[in-house]
Design a protein around this ligand. Structure first.
Ligand code: GDP
Ligand code: IMO
Ligand code: MG
Length: 423
């Protein structure tokens, strides 16, 4: 059977966790394929909120397999914390979780390098989540990394020590002050590694291949968003992995022709956390209202998210790169009460109007051109049927569908699992 993908079309935090949880019932296997604990995926059900960082968002459903693919980077310490939280709520993850032997490990020294690298950049910092993501992927592509499968070999500690020693030299190279206690960090790390080793390690590409052969359905869960992709995002203000559809092929070992549906998920407005260009960013009351009503604070770092209007130029770009087949719009409820709602439909770029996403979207080059829509007053959070949505919201939705030439399959009207309207 084929594989479906769910991906963020903006700068992350679109609501991927919520929708993966909603869709899990339809699938046998939920698989993460890239990123790591920089992600924060929020699920809300039965009056309780859960935040996952590395563990796939299908974990709360019994009888489903949750697979952490080779493209993911794992921090054993954060992973263990996630497991502890699952245990608290009685989730039996031992049988339902699989971890790829080829996934790379985030070492304590990767986090330290991330911190000194950011500090040394000053105002030009990426605004990384400081989880060691960049340095870990650098070691992966530099062919120095330590993988989950290494934990099964006798000499992994030697490998660890060599790499950690090298990292310490790199830290000294940065010449910035950072206080840390490596001994303490390592104690915590090795304890967490022992817990990780009690889980099922697998050759996940083989597992996925056989699962497809045996007609199992698979949903691949993206992390971050398309505009944070290492190749297609707003470089260098991006993450260090391919967050777009191709990342699912390399991050799971899935062949391109076995991918069927690509669910593209976006907010009815835009948010971004960390540094980097953001053409439709608002610095006025409207932006403040979106942040307040939408509770726009990072699920991983707690930082406030920058807010702005929906950017259709960027959205179109993301749909093209990912081959999106179905759209899912989140947080429509947050826009209730706005008199006018805007969509950026083109950019004024170096004096010319353009409709494509250019190489450089820095604010000195770009001015967004907007189309205005009537707002709606209705509280959407109790709506269950698409037909009951206000007329102006339906117009907003059909404009987006028409411009992107992709149908909308879900409109989300609140954080809870139940606040999901299937179109
Ligand atoms: P992810 O990283 O893509 O999984 O998204 P996050 O969990 O980081 O951020 C999405 C936030 O919006 C979380 O706090 C969700 O609980 C919340 N959320 C998701 N969908 C909706 C929605 O339709 N309406 C509202 N108001 N909140 C939502
Ligand atoms: P989810 O999966 C939003 C951002 C960081 C920073 C940049 C690089 O929850 O949508 P990194 O730590 O990856 O080196 O940071 O990417 N970032 C995210 N922003 N949602 C995320 O994940 C993010 N993961 C990384 O804020 O700007
Ligand atoms: Mg998030």
């Amino acid at each position: 059977m084929s594989v479906d993908l769910l991906l963020g079309l903006q700068w992350g935090d679109e609501g991927k966790g919520k929708i993966v949880d909603v869709l899990t019932a339809k699938y046998d296997i939920i698989a993460r394929f890239q990123g790591g604990p920089n992600a924060g995926h929020t699920l809300v059900f039965n009056g309780r909120k859960h935040v996952l960082h590395t563990i796939p968002s299908g974990i709360f459903h019994e009888g489903k397999i949750n697979l952490v693919g080779n493209g993911v980077v794992i921090d054993p310490v954060i992973f263990k914390n996630e497991l502890d939280k699952l245990e608290e709520v009685g989730v039996d993850y031992k049988k339902s979780m699989l971890i790829s032997r080829k996934a790379h490990l985030i070492l304590p020294t990767h986090r330290i390098i991330d911190a000194v690298s950011e500090k040394s950049k000053g105002k030009k910092k990426i605004g990384s989540t400081l989880k060691g993501i960049g340095p870990t992927y650098m070691d992966k592509t530099g062919r120095n990394g330590i993988r989950v499968g290494d934990l099964e070999s006798d000499n992994w500690l030697e490998k660890y020590r060599n790499l950690a020693n090298k990292h310490q030299k790199m830290v000294n190279f940065y010449d910035v002050d950072l206080e840390y206690n490596l001994e303490e960090l390592e104690k915590e790390f090795f304890a967490a590694v022992d817990v990780l080793k009690t889980l099922n390690f697998t050759d996940s590409e083989e597992y996925i291949f056989n699962a497809q052969k045996n007609n199992k359905s698979i949903l691949a869960e993206g992390a971050q968003g398309s505009l944070l992709d290492i190749d297609f995002g707003t470089y260098p203000y991006v993450t260090s992995s391919n967050t777009t559809a191709a990342g699912a092929c390399t991050g799971l070992g899935v062949a391109p022709n076995s991918i069927k549906d690509v669910y593209g998920i976006f907010k009815a407005y835009t948010t971004r956390v960390g540094s980097g260009p953001f053409p439709t960013e608002l610095f006025d009351e409207d932006g403040e209202t979106m942040g307040r009503i939408g509770k726009e604070f990072g699920a991983t770092t707690g930082r406030s998210r920058r807010c702005g209007w929906l950017d259709l130029v960027a959205l179109k770009y993301a749909c093209q790169i990912n081959g999106v087949t179905q759209l899912m719009m989140m947080k429509a409820d947050v826009l209730s009460g706005f008199k006018t709602i805007k969509i950026c439909t083109s950019y004024l770029y170096k004096g010319n109007e353009i409709e494509h996403f250019p190489y450089d979207i820095n604010s000195e080059n770009i001015e967004p051109i907007y189309k205005s829509f009537n707002g709606w007053e209705d509280d959407l959070t109790q709506k269950e049927d698409f037909n009951d949505l206000p007329k102006s919201l339906k117009e907003f939705i059909s404009y987006i569908e028409k411009e992107l030439n992709i149908p909308m399959s879900i409109v989300s009207v609140g954080p809870d699992r139940k606040q999901t309207i299937f179109v």
